[in-house]
Design a protein around this ligand. Structure first.
Ligand code: ACO
Length: 382
């Protein structure tokens, strides 16, 4: 039988496939460089805010002061959850994975948007802002409800990082913690066509709506090979217990050909520039909060990994030191990946809008290896 796929190239992980053009982020995996719209991630982490980074990703340029103020006001006008969203959150079991909660609530945001199917740039931007503005309340409110605490309402006087920590803990964070989270949000905001961004694009490619696309992205981010790795890093750090046990832990995993969470990357073969930043943060926050031992274990894992597999280009990725950072900030472990999602909403939405403007249905093929012309055997004869 003629096989139309015979002349095609198998690319199982799409490592060698470019699926379109983008102006959002650029990665040089051999030099360890990441830029958003041409601006080095280090520059943004030192000087920008999450809100300004969102503007940059959506508009392909930095805002003027007046533009940033207008953008921020627009974003904040969407803070908080309606009574029916709150009621929905109250029905979820306290044992639910917060990532399932975020995915469900992201899809549910469509219930209250009559322009859900309007794909004009204005309506798309409005959806992006709604998702970014409401996700912090979804995560914080679910966390409080499952702990038997009353929700803390959103406060439009605060930036996203401050308001999230306020809604989560019931008190305003210190300046250093708030800035640390803001920088983490900047560092996680976009990263080319990673798996979850690709999921967004597949969904948008069918002309589905942004809520569906981002709900799918949240589910994709949850996997331990992607954003879910930060929770696995923390589980490993807890399992190790003492710095003296690091060597056995790492060598044991490597000898069993098991991955060490938080290391390796499909694109980076040099040090992930986000990890460089997060390492410094992890140390500073761990020192401040009495989690020095945790940082020491992280550093020891990195040392053994560098010795054993560093030459193969396996280095810490963004998830490795973000685990120590988030834990030292007092976040529950199963909120690490939701916080990643909170930030990556920006990148997902930016790519969704970009793809929408120049769309093509994404529809790859697979190499069929099953039989042909097989008989249908009646059930009674099987
Ligand atoms: N620990 C030990 N060895 C590793 C690791 C790791 N974390 N990552 C890669 N390797 C080794 C593999 O065993 C393989 O070795 P081999 O050639 O001797 O067989 C080689 O490096 C290539 O690994 P692949 O899995 O084929 O590389 P791929 O590009 O498919 O994987 C991935 C990238 C999935 C991120 C991988 O490095 C991994 O599983 N890391 C652990 C999970 C993780 O931290 N994920 C978060 C990534 S960042 C993000 O998504 C936000």
């Amino acid at each position: 039988m003629a096989d139309a796929t015979a002349a095609m190239t198998m690319d199982k992980g799409l490592d060698h496939t470019i699926i379109g053009e983008s102006t959002k982020s650029w990665i040089d995996g051999t030099k360890g460089v990441l830029e958003y719209v041409g601006i080095d991630i280090d520059d943004l982490a030192r000087n920008s805010t999450f809100e300004e980074t969102c503007f940059l990703l959506f508009n392909d340029r930095l805002p003027s002061q007046a533009e940033l103020e207008a953008f921020t006001a627009d974003l904040r006008s969407h803070y908080g959850l309606s009574e029916s969203m709150l009621a929905m959150l109250r029905t979820f079991p306290s044992t639910a994975s917060p990532m399932h909660v975020v995915a469900t609530m992201t899809a549910a945001m469509a219930f209250e948007d009559s322009a859900c199917n309007d794909t004009s740039p204005e309506a798309e931007m409005n959806k992006a802002l709604r998702i970014i503005a409401k996700t912090p309340a979804v995560i914080a409110t679910f966390d409080r409800l499952r702990k038997g605490l009353d929700p803390v309402p959103a406060d439009a006087a605060n930036c996203i990082a401050v308001d999230f920590l306020h809604m989560l803990n019931g008190e305003l964070p210190g300046e250093a913690t708030a800035r640390a989270l803001d920088v983490c949000l900047i560092l996680h905001a976009d990263h080319g066509i990673n798996a979850s961004t690709f999921a967004t694009m597949v969904c948008v490619g069918t002309e589905s709506d942004m809520y569906s696309a981002i709900a799918g992205a949240v589910g994709t981010l949850r996997g331990p090979l992607h954003g879910g790795a930060n929770e696995r890093v923390m589980a490993a750090l807890e399992q190790i217990g003492a710095v003296d046990d690091v060597e056995d832990f790492v060598m044991g995993r490597l000898s069993r050909k098991e991955k060490v969470p938080g290391f390796g990357h499909r694109v980076y073969k040099a040090y992930d520039p986000r990890a460089t930043f997060l390492k410094t943060f992890a140390k500073a926050i761990a020192d401040e909060t009495g989690n020095e031992a945790l940082y020491e274990r992280s550093r020891a894992i990195e040392e053994v990994m560098a010795r054993e597999v560093g030459a193969k280009g396996i280095h810490p990725n963004v998830d490795f030191y973000s685990a120590t950072t988030y834990f030292s900030m007092g976040l529950s472990i199963d909120l690490f990946t939701p916080v990643f999602a909170l930030s990556r909403n920006a990148g997902w939405a930016a790519h969704a809008m970009e793809r929408r403007a120049d769309n093509r249905l994404i529809r790859p093929r697979c190499q069929y290896t099953g039989p042909h012309g097989a008989d249908y055997v009646p059930i009674a004869d099987r």
